[in-house]
Design a protein around this ligand. Structure first.
Ligand SMILES: CSCCC(=O)C(=O)COP(=O)(O)O
Ligand SMILES: [Mg+2]
Length: 261
């Protein structure tokens, strides 16, 4: 087995979700279709609720920022002009969500609505999150060795908590010291990793970030965070240069912690 030695200065392991702890297929084949199939009905049922109105406002603001993009879908403001007008606005929100999802956008607005929609599916037990089999045993071992373990995903913190709280391995939320999402900044921006270190109360070089996306690894590395790229079945392929440049692991069990020896 290949072993990657974790530098002694590392005290925090920061984990991506999709493609790292969880198969991309679970997100693409279960979580995302749930949104596409249910978004219209969800909006119609919850439209009058404050949370739903906040989600729509955020999506409308994002749509304004996106107006220069090819295919962008504007969301008009709802007026008092009756049911037809309301249906027109709801349809625009649906089209905007579907357009963003077709590009796999990671906007905070999209992720916030998705998190709220998944709540019903997870809490009713209709969806259970899946993890690669090495994930839970490794996280337990790291914690026993004194590591702190955090999550950093584009999925909203609320969605992350649903995922780890309702999984095929039960509720494993207690295994994590905290969660970060795009509210702290995007995963392809170095500044996000500096802010995460600051929020945890450590230096960036105390963190090891595990992700499947090399753009994220590169941003983290620029902030002096240690990185390893996780290669899982179903993940996007890496170029030869990326394979040479990055430390690669195919299972969390390949990480060797000197402190656990
Ligand atoms: C509960 S997280 C849902 C997954 C998701 O929406 C997503 O965008 C995953 O992105 P990641 O940053 O974890 O690769
Ligand atoms: Mg990922």
């Amino acid at each position: 087995m290949v072993v990657l030695s974790v530098p002694a200065e590392v005290t925090v392991i920061l984990l991506d979700i999709e493609g790292t702890t969880t198969p991309i297929a679970f997100v693409k084949d279960i979580l995302f279709p749930y949104i596409k199939e249910n978004v219209k009905e969800y909006l119609q049922t919850h439209w009058e609720e404050e949370e739903c109105q906040e989600d729509v406002s955020l999506l409308r603001k994002q749509a304004e920022e996106d107006s220069h993009l090819d295919g962008a879908v504007p969301i008009p403001a709802a007026s008092e002009n009756g049911a037809d007008d309301l249906q027109r606005v709801i349809q625009a929100v649906v089209d905007n969500v579907c357009w963003q999802m077709s590009l796999d956008r990671k906007t905070t607005a999209l992720k916030q609505l998705q998190g709220h929609m998944w709540r019903a599916a997870f809490t009713a037990g209709r969806v259970k999150a899946e993890f690669f089999e090495d994930v839970v045993p490794a996280v337990r071992k790291w914690r026993e060795a004194g590591m702190k373990v955090y999550i950093y995903s584009s999925g909203s913190v609320e969605a992350q908590k649903l995922l780890f709280g309702h999984s095929t391995e039960g509720d494993i939320l207690e295994l994590f010291d905290g969660h970060f999402d795009t509210k702290i900044g995007h995963k392809v921006e170095s500044e996000s990793y500096r802010k995460i270190a600051n929020s945890i109360g450590c230096s960036t070089n105390n963190i090891l970030f595990l992700t499947d996306v090399t753009l994220e690894a590169s941003a983290a590395e620029e902030a002096d965070v240690h990185v390893a790229v996780v290669v899982r079945p179903g993940n996007a392929g890496l170029t030869d240069d990326e394979k040479t440049y990055y430390s690669l692991i195919t299972s969390f069990s390949e990480l060797y912690l000197p402190s656990s020896a």
